[in-house]
Design a protein around this ligand. Structure first.
Ligand code: ES4
Ligand code: ZN
Length: 326
């Protein structure tokens, strides 16, 4: 319909995308064969049927199993290239991509192969389509801070390719404060800071991400809406929230898409953005996320335009580049 065409044509940035979460069942199946990795699925259909989750941990178990087929630098290149093709089709002009090096190094895949494969594809995507990009290294919060510190050590030779660090994986029981030292060091290295907070975890975790880690952006942030003081602060300080509607639905953070917090956030003056999180697992890339909430929340063109503009102003691009893209 007309609203879908309007969404498709909006230039946008994607700020919350786990590159390993863009591994489509077809590529997972092909890479398993190419690399001789045994998987407990006999077909692409069986893989897709396993993508039914009742919470974040359910998903993460499948997600870590899925990334086990990624072994070679070329695999990371192919994965990233396939995502960029989809992003380009959705009129995405800038991407800020998360990667989970600990999900690979713990399987014996060299850090160098992971980051080189991803960043070579990002460079080629910029050449081919003019899509600019930033790379954000995420620490797995279910592991300890010493493991995060060791991962940051491994990243030091590649800091020219890394814009920031983030925090993802199992949230409840792993508060941001667990990573205060490694985030302080990342800041001192000149890196941007983000953290998943308030996806399943309480508003207190959003406070910790802001006050203890000093993050520049909050990933998800849904449960911040439970705390009126926090809402005022996020709005007042212009803090960007990277919301992921289809992810929220598939992980049962919300019961139906009409419960997406995006409209309430905009109404509260919060700089909310729309993102796909793990599109291969959650049923859609960024435009599908816009379409789902546009219909369910009856968003106006002005609201959709604001969301797309927020994706640029909330990005880590310099102001001149943002001005050019708006
Ligand atoms: C994730 Cl949706 C989500 N939440 C937390 N950690 C993640 N890693 C990949 N997707
Ligand atoms: Zn995420």
């Amino acid at each position: 319909d007309q609203r879908d065409a309007y969404i498709a044509g909006l230039p946008k940035a994607e700020l919350h995308l786990h590159i390993e979460g863009s591994l489509e069942p077809e590529m997972l199946f092909d890479l398993a064969q190419r690399n001789g990795v045994a998987i407990p699925f006999a077909s692409v259909e069986e893989i897709r049927q396993a993508y039914n989750f009742s919470n974040l941990q359910d998903f993460l178990d499948i997600y870590y199993q899925g990334m086990g087929v990624l072994l070679k630098q070329q695999d990371f290149y192919d994965l990233t290239w396939a995502y960029l093709e989809r992003a380009h089709a959705d009129h995405v002009r800038h991407v800020e991509i998360f990667f989970d090096p600990q999900g690979h190094t713990e399987r014996g895949v060299p850090f160098a192969d992971v980051i080189t494969g991803i960043s070579d594809a990002l460079a080629d995507g910029e050449k081919q389509w003019g899509i600019s990009s930033r790379l954000i290294l995420c620490f797995l919060r279910h592991l300890d801070e010493a493991a995060a510190e060791a991962t940051l050590d491994e990243a030091i030779p590649y800091l020219d390719k890394i814009a920031g660090v983030g925090l993802d994986s199992s949230e409840v029981g792993h508060p941001p404060s667990k990573f205060r030292n490694v985030f302080a060091r990342a800041r001192s290295l000149g890196l941007k800071l983000v953290a998943h907070a308030g996806e399943e975890g309480p508003p207190e975790y959003v406070h910790e991400a802001l006050d203890i880690l000093g993050v520049d952006r909050i990933d998800h942030g849904n449960r911040a809406l439970e705390d009126a003081g926090l809402v005022s602060r996020i709005a007042g300080e212009g803090i960007t929230l990277t919301v992921c509607p289809l992810s929220n639905l598939k992980l049962c953070v919300i019961d139906e898409i009409g419960q997406s917090p995006v409209a309430r956030m905009l109404d509260a003056g919060i700089r909310a953005t729309v993102n796909s999180d793990d599109p291969a697992y959650f049923g859609g890339y960024v435009n599908a996320n816009y379409r789902a909430i546009a219909s369910a929340l009856d968003l106006s063109r002005a609201q959709l335009k604001t969301l797309a503009a927020n994706s640029f102003t909330g990005s880590f691009l310099p102001e001149e580049a943002v001005a050019h893209l708006l």
